[in-house]
Ligand binder design. Structure first.
Ligand code: CP
Length: 311
């Protein structure tokens, strides 16, 4: 079986068949990662460059590890310290790197649509590792994989995404994926951090009361306030945000059921999530990070098969 696309630019472009194929392939790679020898030769003789024009800890390390587990040759590029600071354009930077015979590009960029632009101009597969406030497809895939591991199904599972929905590419990719997979989705947070027409645009529920939002769901995906993307005051202070929308263990214990807590990282402990909730047995945050490697192995492996048909 093959993906319907040569690139992974966003969940928006994937079919439910693509999503199921990636998740089932990731399950096989997760088994590989439990073995004493965690490496397979699938991408031997494939060279992948990781282009990170924006900061990252989890995604960058996870992609690099996934590539190495697949036996690919790996190059890492970060914008700081590169000739980007001398005025080189994105396309020139990438074309120069590609002239060294690169087979696949993984890219994170602060500009929405940057990987979509590149996909129109370069002849190799591109994986979007997060573009501006648009999408972070591999995060949504690893979130879905982790929900599946803990709840057995996405269909009918109730997921609340809490926090800064307005600036979150994780929220966007999660909403596309969860709706395609038949989950029920709610977004929760202060009205200023929830886009006005989201209910109609994504067919999701909207709730401004955190406790009601958590009472409703099976899974809560807690998001950080993305201060780096905000150019206006959207709430009075982090302390006040935390008092109204911070998830802590006392709140979790007061609910009528035990819900599962996800967070894409990095966590701002004590703001959107307290330490006692982040480190509780309801949290699967580190399981998400572990699953990220298997999911990214699946994406790279499946796209490399597509590359063979690229002309
Ligand atoms: N979840 C996520 O994208 O984390 P990083 O910014 O550390 O890659």
């Amino acid at each position: 079986m093959q993906l319907s696309t040569n690139h992974l630019l966003g969940i928006k472009d994937l079919t439910i068949g693509d999503i199921q194929l990636i998740l089932s392939t990731a399950k096989q790679f997760k088994e590989v990662l439990q073995r004493p020898i965690k490496k397979v030769p699938s991408l031997r003789d494939t060279t992948i460059v990781n282009l990170f024009f924006e900061n990252s800890t989890r995604t960058r390390i996870s992609f690099e590890l996934a590539e190495k587990r697949l036996s690919a040759d790996v190059l890492n590029f970060t914008a700081s310290g590169s000739s980007v600071s001398k005025g080189e354009t994105l396309l020139d930077t990438v074309n120069n790197i590609l002239s060294m015979k690169i087979d696949m590009v993984v890219m994170r960029h602060s500009a929405t649509g940057a990987p979509h632009f590149l996909a129109k101009h370069i002849p190799v597969s591109i994986v979007n590792a997060g573009d501006g406030i648009n999408e972070h497809p591999t995060q949504a895939l690893l979130d879905a994989f982790s929900i599946l591991e803990n709840h057995g199904t996405l269909e009918g599972t109730k997921v609340t995404i809490v926090g800064d929905i307005l600036h979150s590419r994780v929220a966007m990719s999660n909403m596309y994926l969860l709706k395609k997979a038949g989950a029920e989705v709610m977004v929760a947070g202060p009205p200023t951090l929830i886009p006005k027409h989201i209910q109609q645009a994504f067919d999701v529920r909207v709730e401004y009361n955190l406790k009601k939002a958590l009472e409703w769901c099976d899974v809560a995906n807690i998001l950080r306030i993305q201060l780096e993307r905000q150019n206006q005051v959207l709430f009075s202070s982090l302390r006040e945000y935390s008092m109204s929308y911070g998830v802590n263990k006392k709140l979790l214990d007061s609910l009528n059921k035990k819900i599962t807590i996800l967070h894409p990282g990095p966590i701002n402990r004590g703001v959107e999530l307290s330490s006692d909730a982040a480190d509780s047995d309801q949290s699967i945050i580190l399981q998400q990070v572990e699953n990220g490697v298997a999911v990214r192995m699946a994406v790279l492996f499946l796209l490399s098969n597509r590359s063979a048909t690229l002309n």
